[in-house]
Design a protein around this ligand. Structure first.
Ligand code: ACO
Length: 309
């Protein structure tokens, strides 16, 4: 046992990957299942807020882009569920955990999308935050998760650019369109900062996950990186970020910014956000409506094996 633990720790220290067949401490396995499953659920639930705009996109071009983006999110969910399965859990069980509220998904997808500008702002801010958080995960210590992240990040970066390009187009349009963009930025800015999780002092999992190199940066480090990256983009776009405390700190060489409403994050995480009930009900219905497909696939597999269904 000591030898196994030593080998595991040496692998992490050398920045090599832990693979599914390697011995790993139970806490490491559990932490990965928790994080990767939550991540997979976020991708799948994340299809809903923007998916609602597919039928109402203002042009064929915008509809095609949005459709492929939402399909990409489904793909990300599938890679991540597959990565979780390498840790010995069953995908059907994970779906049950999501619809029964036993596992979480990102707080960000519990906010409504009342205007088409939200499609652009989600691409720019939400996918921008996702990239900040996920690029370091390409170096996470668990091999299947790290490899899944490489492709996910490439696609996320396309998502971010399509969002920014959509907003650029709207900002060149009418005053009404510019107002729509500003209103959407006002609504999504703070929830985007909350995506990175609670402040480090309030984050029960960070220290352990950093030691295991599952997480490569703390929540606050990534939040700062996101703010630093986004402020110049907002200036170029011509929108105002809704934070009076936002300003360049020459000494720190970072932007200072205000405190997100952590009580709101807690409320949304615990199920009391504006759209939590709707998101989970929609996912549950899709799962139940798809029961016949799963049954047919099992019957077909059994028939092929020569067993009566
Ligand atoms: N939304 C929902 N739950 C959250 C959020 C959030 N924005 N931030 C933190 N939490 C939860 C954590 O899951 C944890 O709950 P749990 O212990 O019951 O699982 C609790 O709040 C405390 O937070 P931390 O100790 O900071 O948790 P952790 O170390 O797991 O860090 C983080 C949270 C940063 C989200 C991490 O899990 C992570 O990097 N995950 C991978 C990225 C991801 O899931 N992205 C999804 C959104 S991006 C997208 O889909 C486009």
């Amino acid at each position: 046992m000591d030898e196994l633990l030593e080998h595991f720790e040496r692998t992490i220290e050398r920045d090599q990957r832990i693979e599914p067949r390697d011995w790993m401490p139970e806490g490491y396995r559990k932490t990965l299942v928790r994080q990767i499953a939550q991540h997979a659920h976020s991708e799948i639930i994340g299809m809903q807020p923007e998916g609602a705009w597919i039928t109402r996109a203002p042009s064929l071009r915008r509809k095609a882009i949005l459709l492929s983006k939402v399909q990409d999110e489904a793909g990300h969910g599938l890679y991540l569920y597959a990565a979780t399965e390498t840790l010995g859990v069953d995908r059907a069980e994970l779906t049950e955990n999501l619809i029964e509220g036993r596992q979480k998904y990102s707080s960000i997808f519990n906010y409504p999308t009342p205007s088409f500008a939200d499609v652009g702002v989600i691409g720019w801010l939400v996918d921008g935050a996702a990239i900040c958080n996920q690029v370091p995960l390409c170096r996470t210590s668990y091999g299947p998760y790290a490899r899944a992240m490489i492709r996910v990040c490439k696609e996320e970066s396309f998502h971010q650019r399509q969002g920014y390009e959509l907003l650029m187009t709207m900002m060149r349009g009418s005053q009404e369109q510019r107002d729509m963009v500003q209103d959407s930025v006002n609504r999504w800015w703070w929830p985007s900062l909350m995506m990175f999780g609670p402040p480090d002092g309030d984050s029960p999992n960070t220290a352990r996950s950093m030691a295991w190199r599952i997480k490569r940066h703390t929540n606050d480090e990534l939040r700062q990186k996101f703010v630093d990256m986004t402020v110049p983009q907002a200036e170029k776009l011509g929108v105002t970020l809704p934070d009076p405390e936002l300003k360049w700190n020459a000494e720190r060489e970072h932007y200072d910014f205000g405190e997100p409403d952590w009580a709101e994050l807690k409320r949304v995480i615990s199920g009391d956000g504006e759209c939590n009930a709707e998101r989970v009900a929609h996912r549950r219905k899709a799962h139940e409506d798809g029961a016949w497909v799963r049954e047919a696939a099992l019957a077909h597999a059994a028939k092929k094996k020569g067993v009566a269904a």
